[in-house]
Design a protein around this ligand. Structure first.
Ligand SMILES: NC(=O)c1ccc[n+]([C@@H]2O[C@H](COP(=O)([O-])OP(=O)(O)OC[C@H]3O[C@@H](n4cnc5c(N)ncnc54)[C@H](O)[C@@H]3O)[C@@H](O)[C@H]2O)c1
Ligand SMILES: O=C(O)C(=O)C[C@]1(C(=O)O)C=C[C@@H](O)C=C1
Length: 302
C-alpha cells in the first residue's frame, strides 16, 4: 500500500520538482499538488506538467493533503508553515527537506502547534536551482535522514520513511541536533571551504583573470561547482546551523595549521601519512556506493 495518496509540495525548485518527478515515476497514482511563491516558477511547473495541480496560494495547496513537504530555503520554513496553518487538515503530516534540522523543527512546531510534524533531509542535491534543474533519479541510492521530534508521532515518521524509500533513498533516523553536527562536517563545512577558496582565488585577480580559468580542469574546478550553489539556500544553512558549523570550523582550522606546520618544516612523513589516510577514506566511501553521483550530474550539466 502507498504511504500517501495525496501529496503537496510547497517550493517547486530543484528538490521540490525532483520529488514531484520521482513520485510521478514511482507512485503514479498519487495526486500531486504544488505551490511556489514565485509566479514564474508556478508557470514553469505548469508548463512542465510536474504536478496534477499548481495553486496560486499555499493554503489552497494543502486543503486535502495527506503529506505536505516544504521544499523552501530553511529561513522561509516558519513563514510557509504559518501560511498553511489555517487550511491544513488535522490528520495531515507536515515534513520538509531543509539542510539544517533543529531550527526547522522549532519553526514548524511553533507555527503549527498540534500538527503532526516529521522533519527530514534528503542528502542529495546539486549546485543547480529551480524547477528545470530537478530530475527523478536524484534520490536513488542516497540517504534521507528523518529527524522526528522528541515527542513526535512514530507511525507518521515511519510513513515518511517509507515515502522516501519509494523514491529510491536509504532512510536513517536521527535526532535533529545530531543531524546538524554530522552535516556540519560532511556538507556545510565543505561548502564554506569551497566558497572561501573560489573567493580567495578571485581576489588574486592577476592570477584568476587568465591562468585560473585556463587551468581549472582539476581540483579547483570541483570547488567552483560547489561554490556555484544557491546563495539563499546556503546563507540560511549557515545562519541556522551556526553553533555546529563554528565548532567544526575550529577543529578544521587546527588540523589545517598542523599541515601548514608540516609544510613549513619539511615534515614529509606527516603529509604522506595524512594523505594516505584520506585516500583510504575516499576509497571506502566509493566502495559503499556513496560516490558523488550528484557531482557527476553537475559536471555533465556544466
Ligand atoms: N540544493 C540542494 O543540494 C539541496 C539538497 C537537499 C536539501 N536541500 C534543501 O531543500 C530546500 C530547497 O532547496 P532547493 O535547492 O530546491 O532550492 P531552489 O532555489 O531550487 O527552490 C526553492 C523554491 O522555493 C521557493 N520559495 C522560496 N520561498 C518561498 C515561500 N515563502 N513560499 C513558497 N515558495 C517559496 C522559491 O521560489 C524556489 O522556487 C532548502 O531548504 C535546502 O536546504 C537542498
Ligand atoms: O552535490 C552537491 O552539489 C551537494 O552539495 C549536495 C548536498 C551535499 O552537501 O551533499 C548539499 C546540501 C544538501 O543539504 C544535501 C546535499
Amino acid at each position: 500500500m502507498l504511504p500517501f495518496a495525496r501529496v503537496t509540495i510547497i517550493g517547486l525548485g530543484l528538490i521540490g520538482s525532483s520529488i514531484a518527478r520521482a513520485v510521478r515515476e514511482t507512485m503514479p497514482t498519487v495526486r500531486l499538488t504544488g505551490h511556489d511563491a514565485s509566479a514564474e516558477v508556478r508557470e514553469i511547473a505548469r508548463r512542465l506538467d510536474l504536478l496534477d495541480d499548481v495553486t496560486d496560494t499555499a493554503g489552497a495547496a494543502v486543503t486535502d493533503a495527506e503529506l505536505v513537504i516544504l521544499c523552501v530555503p530553511v529561513g522561509a520554513m516558519g513563514a510557509v508553515a504559518a501560511e498553511i496553518a489555517a487550511d491544513l487538515p488535522a490528520e495531515a503530516i507536515v515534513s520538509d527537506v531543509g539542510s539544517s534540522k533543529e531550527s526547522v523543527a522549532k519553526a514548524l512546531r511553533e507555527a503549527l502547534p498540534g500538527a503532526i510534524v516529521v522533519p527530514a533531509h534528503p542528502v542529495a542535491g546539486t549546485e543547480q536551482s529551480g524547477p528545470e534543474a530537478g530530475f527523478a533519479s536524484l534520490f536513488h541510492g542516497r540517504w534521507c535522514i528523518v529527524t522526528p521530534l522528541a515527542d513526535g508521532d512514530a507511525v507518521a515518521a515511519a510513513r515518511v520513511g517509507e515515502f522516501w524509500r519509494r523514491l529510491g533513498s536509504n532512510v536513517e533516523t536521527m535526532a535533529p541536533d545530531h543531524h546538524d553536527r554530522v552535516l556540519a562536517i560532511t556538507s556545510h563545512l565543505p561548502h564554506l571551504i569551497a566558497y572561501t577558496i573560489v573567493g580567495t582565488a578571485n581576489d588574486l585577480a592577476e592570477v584568476t583573470e587568465s591562468e585560473v580559468i585556463k587551468f581549472s580542469a582539476g581540483g579547483f574546478r570541483d570547488f567552483t561547482r560547489i561554490a556555484a550553489s544557491d546563495p539563499t539556500m546556503w546563507r540560511d544553512v549557515f545562519l541556522t546551523n551556526k553553533e555546529a558549523v563554528l565548532e567544526m570550523l575550529q577543529r578544521f582550522s587546527e588540523d589545517l595549521s598542523q599541515l601548514q606546520r608540516a609544510i613549513r618544516w619539511g615534515d614529509g612523513d606527516t603529509l604522506f601519512e595524512h594523505f594516505t589516510q584520506t585516500r583510504a577514506i575516499r576509497r571506502s566511501i566509493v566502495d559503499q556506493g556513496q560516490d558523488d553521483a550528484a557531482a557527476d550530474f553537475g559536471r555533465k550539466h556544466d
